[in-house]
Design a protein around this ligand. Structure first.
Ligand code: SF4
Ligand code: SF4
Ligand code: SF4
Length: 267
């Protein structure tokens, strides 16, 4: 049966109950969902959206078939909310770099408190009461949609696959693959520190296509050889601490876990 016919058939059946939630983050991931503006109406024919921070009450359903969770655990309330939501959903999807790998907020783990505490508003000091950590440290995560923000088309494809009962596929090729398809000149050749070779693609190489380096927001590919990449970049003349800092930006905790970098607070 054609994919379109299958989708039509599913529309007639009971629609999966879906929720979108956000803990500590910037809500940019949820905006990526909304940026599918031309397809959102079709989406609501396939799924029953019961919770969405900008649109619907968050207490929208007793049970969910799938919840998309943005953000990471950085304060006690995050953890409480995360556990409550996990308990009432069959499938939990980590959406965005913060939820998947810790992203930018997790960079605090590599900083000395004295160097950042003056930046935190006094009223928001509770934000520092836990180490910022991706959500799979605390609850089971069934799928990961990486990126800062995640790609809007990837979100849509995931939902359609889910509705069809098809196991969503994980894109395995690096950003360089997409970049070459776009016909871009390589930024490494012009002395720019691009992490495309070790970063999971499917973002359309949006940064290098705009002349900007890939910072690795989608996390490393399964077969990324980080150590080799580090020494290649070093041989190309990049400063080691610059390379480390760049690599830590989105996936520092993941690298530390693999023993690739130390967990020391450097900045
Ligand atoms: S992954 Fe990026 S866009 Fe999403 S919440 Fe975190 S900082 Fe915002
Ligand atoms: S610019 Fe970056 S992503 Fe593109 S080919 Fe070069 S290293 Fe790869
Ligand atoms: S090019 Fe790199 S930094 Fe830019 S969106 Fe893609 S993975 Fe993220």
């Amino acid at each position: 049966m054609l994919r379109k016919q299958k989708i039509e058939k599913k529309k007639k059946n009971k629609k999966p109950v879906v929720g979108f939630y956000a803990i500590t983050g910037c809500q940019g991931c949820l905006l990526s969902v909304l940026f599918n503006e031309d397809k959102l109406f079709d989406l609501t024919k396939l799924i029953d959206i019961k919770a969405f921070p900008f649109i619907k009450q968050l207490e929208g359903a007793k049970e969910f078939d799938v919840v998309f969770m943005e953000g990471l655990v950085a304060k006690k309330n995050d953890l409480k909310e995360l556990k409550e939501i996990r308990a009432k959903t069959k499938v939990l999807v980590a959406i965005g770099a913060c939820a998947c790998t810790g992203g930018i907020p997790a960079f605090r783990n590599f900083m000395k408190e004295d160097n950042y505490k003056h930046l935190v508003y006094h009223k928001a000091m509770h934000l520092t009461d836990m180490k910022p950590t991706p959500i799979d440290k605390y609850v089971k995560v069934d799928y990961y949609l990486p990126g800062c923000p995640p790609d809007k088309n990837e979100i849509l494809t995931f939902i359609k696959d889910f509705v069809l009962g098809k196991k969503p596929e994980i894109y395995k090729k690096p950003v360089c693959f997409d970049c070459r398809k776009e016909g871009n000149p390589c930024l490494l050749d012009s002395g720019k520190l691009c992490l495309g070779p070790i970063t999971r693609g499917n973002c359309g190489a949006v940064c290098p296509s705009g002349g900007l380096e890939c910072w690795g927001c989608r996390g490393p590919t399964d077969d990324a050889n980080i150590k080799t990449m580090m020494s290649l970049l070093e041989k190309k003349g990049f400063d080691v601490s610059h390379i480390k800092k760049r690599m830590k930006s989105f996936v520092g905790l993941k690298l530390a876990k693999k023993g690739i970098d130390t967990y020391e607070q450097e900045y």
